[in-house]
Design a protein around this ligand. Structure first.
Ligand code: RUQ
Ligand code: CUA
Length: 660
């Protein structure tokens, strides 16, 4: 727009704002004059009325808090992001699978070391990264309850559990019989289980098998990981798995309400292509897309529980596995054809509809759990797959198909019977109606709106959008490419989140947020008041147990003890010193420091770093932490507090003296 255009715009804007101010009685305290000032600023900054409206929609004034948290995966950065909505401010990056020095994760603090050591991928030593994909908030009665968060590592068959009391990871579980993971994490409506399935089939039983034995020796797996409702921790002993054919099991979702007790997993490459593009075979992407249909896996997990209880399982690598043959014989696994390279599967809030999108099909395909149950009861099959899994007839189980556009991937929902589907190829979000739109006058299975996003959207998230009662209101597009949205800062571009306002009949993009440290996949948006996080730890808290540490001490109880060549130090940190501030050891001694931050007020975190020893901890108020190391290099090392905690922060230092 030219300058003249802007002037007109500003005049119109000023008029509108003034009228609005008048109507809403904002005449006092800067009322009309204040709105005129807004118009003036808009003019100077060359903002159109739509820009100002967008800014107002997402703006959260300084000092005010956001209404929602978005918990987003951090992709191969290995972490989890917490973003405030609608402001799109990053509130935290939670260290999950990768070392993170600010949070003291992986730099000596014993709680972090033990947790990182849990995720070794088959005992092959510590892994220091992961590819976080799908966060799942714990649920009670199908609603997010704000207690725990689970997230899978796509690169490895691992899940991390995060406690939302302190937003720190408490457990990393290396899931047996699974090399890579994708399908999930999803939580069942009461978090009895969190589910994840393999992405790429694994050599069954472990070890090596040549690719020409793919059909016989490789298998997929669906893992139902039992959650301890007290601690949120995954208990492998109570968990079970189901052996699946060697297809690529893709995304998954848990049934709810009408479909409670069921789970759904997409698949692709039911062709069982193995690649080999320089060995005379078709490239994997062509081989895996040869057929018109793949299979939606339909799992009756309540029945699977009974089968396990009846002892019809085998134990593999320490976990109970229902063999494929048993799963078929017991009627807990069925397939339904799904068109053309399916990717996302999402269960609608009422639990009745299961929405599947095929990357190569412009339609979303919606299955109906009532039709599925009926087809199973009537054995309305069109045959079986090569492994004997019964395939339900497509026409018997599909309730609707909606032409939404190119490259549909994932779907979320609002409270009014709408579904929102991401379109990767079109770079757009499609809004369409489910079978029973709750808006009077809206037809079923109809595309009602579409908005462009920038660019190549993967997942999307609406507020509480995969619960039994979504809020709608906001949608975030998790775009894979940002291309020209930001200035060039080198060839590696940020990803781009876009906030879309769902209030009006037309979706509207109101904010662009660069993601500079991650390639997020899925995200979930939870109402902020559901999370009851701790601001300060109770005195002497051990982060692993969230209870009192046996090594916690009060100020004044500090001491140093030597037993043989083990030196143990009970230390406190408080503004503005460590007590003791001098530690004398001999080269080769084992040093154990138990440090209690005795502060009781919010934000009074102290760090503890020793140069040359790769030790850095973040000790939050009330926390007790332990670090052990061998003093293997002699010298005088000045440890210090890494958090700028007080006016005398610089003086918060001491000596580790390692005598030769
Ligand atoms: S995926 S962009 Cu790993 Cu969730 Cu669909
Ligand atoms: Cu404590 Cu700086």
């Amino acid at each position: 727009m030219n300058r003249f255009g802007f002037t007109i715009t500003a005049v119109v804007l000023a008029g509108l704002l003034a009228a609005g101010a008048y109507l809403f009685g904002a005449r006092s305290a800067g009322g009309v004059a204040g709105f005129a000032e807004v118009a003036r600023i808009a003019q100077v900054r060359q903002l159109a009325p739509a820009d100002v409206a967008a800014a107002v929609r997402s703006f959260v004034p300084p000092g005010k808090h956001d209404e929602y948290y978005m918990i987003s995966s951090g992709g191969h950065g290995g972490q989890v992001l917490v973003v405030g909505l609608p402001s799109m401010r990053i509130l935290k990056v939670i260290a999950a699978f990768a070392n993170e020095p600010w949070q003291g994760f992986g730099y000596g603090a014993d709680w972090s070391e033990t947790i990182l050591d849990q995720g070794t991928a088959g005992g092959n030593g510590r892994l220091t990264w992961g590819d976080t994909h799908h966060p799942a908030l714990s649920e009670t009665n199908g609603e997010y309850d704000g207690r725990w968060l689970y997230i899978n590592d796509r690169a490895h068959g691992r899940i991390a559990m995060i406690d939302l009391r302190d937003f720190r990871v408490k457990q990393i579980v290396d899931i047996p019989n699974m090399q890579t993971s994708h399908g999930g994490v999803f939580a069942t409506p009461n978090t009895d289980y969190v589910h994840v399935s393999s992405k790429v089939p694994t050599v069954w039983g472990g070890g090596y098998a040549p690719l020409d034995q793919y059909k016989d020796r490789y298998r997929g797996v669906s893992a139902w990981l039992a959650v301890d409702r007290e601690t949120g921790r995954i208990d492998l002993a109570r968990s079970f798995q189901i052996e699946l054919p060697p297809y690529n099991q893709d995304l998954a979702d848990a049934g709810k309400l009408a479909s409670d007790g069921w789970g759904f997993i997409n698949s692709y490459n039911t062709e069982m292509a193995i690649g080999g593009n320089m060995e005379g075979r078709p490239p994997l992407e062509a081989g895996a897309s040869a057929r018109d249909f793949d299979y939606l896996h339909i799992i009756n997990w309540k029945k699977a529980e009974e089968v396990v209880r009846a002892g019809k399982f085998e134990t593999r690598n320490g976990v109970r596995v229902i063999p494929l043959g048993t799963a078929i014989a017991e009627g807990l696994l069925y397939f339904a054809p799904e068109p053309r390279s399916p990717h996302g599967v999402d269960v609608a809030p009422n639990g009745r509809y299961i929405v599947v999108s095929g990357k190569l099909d412009p339609h979303t395909t919606v299955y109906d759990i009532e039709l599925i149950k009926k087809a199973i009861a009537e054995k309305n099959f069109e045959g079986t797959d090569p492994f004997g899994v019964p395939i339900l007839k497509f026409d018997a189980v599909v309730a609707g198909r909606v032409n939404v556009g190119n490259g549909p991937l994932h779907t979320q929902f609002d409270e009014r019977g709408h579904a929102y589907t991401s379109l990767f190829v079109d770079s757009a979000v499609a809004k369409w109606t489910l079978g029973e739109p709750y808006f009077r006058g809206e037809a079923a299975w109809k595309l009602v709106d579409k908005v462009s996003v920038h660019y190549n959207i993967g997942h999307l998230a609406t507020a509480e959008g995969d619960t039994v009662s979504p809020d709608g209101r906001y949608l975030v597009a998790l775009n894979k490419w940002s291309v020209d949205r930001y200035p060039v800062i080198g060839p590696l571009h940020p990803q781009n989140f876009q906030l879309i306002d769902l209030a009006g009949p037309k979706m509207q993009v109101v904010y662009d947020m660069p993601i500079p440290n991650a390639e997020p996949h899925y995200a979930q948006i939870i109402k902020a008041d559901k999370i009851k996080a701790w601001a300060v730890y109770p005195a002497g808290t051990d982060l692993r147990t969230m209870g009192r540490s046996p090594y916690a001490i009060e100020r004044g109880k500090e001491r140093i003890e030597r037993r043989g060549n083990v030196v143990t130090v009970w230390m406190t940190s408080a503004r503005s010193n460590f007590r003791p501030d001098t530690i004398r050891v001999r080269r080769g001694d084992t040093v154990i420091l138990h440090i209690t931050n005795t502060e009781k007020i919010r934000d009074a975190t102290h760090g503890f770093a020793i140069p040359q020893y790769n030790i850095q901890m973040s000790i939050d108020p009330g926390e007790t932490v332990t670090v052990r190391f061998v003093a293997d290099r002699p010298g005088a090392f000045s440890f210090y507090c890494t958090e700028f905690c007080s006016a005398l922060h610089l003086e918060m230092q001491g000596w580790l003296l390692v005598e030769p």
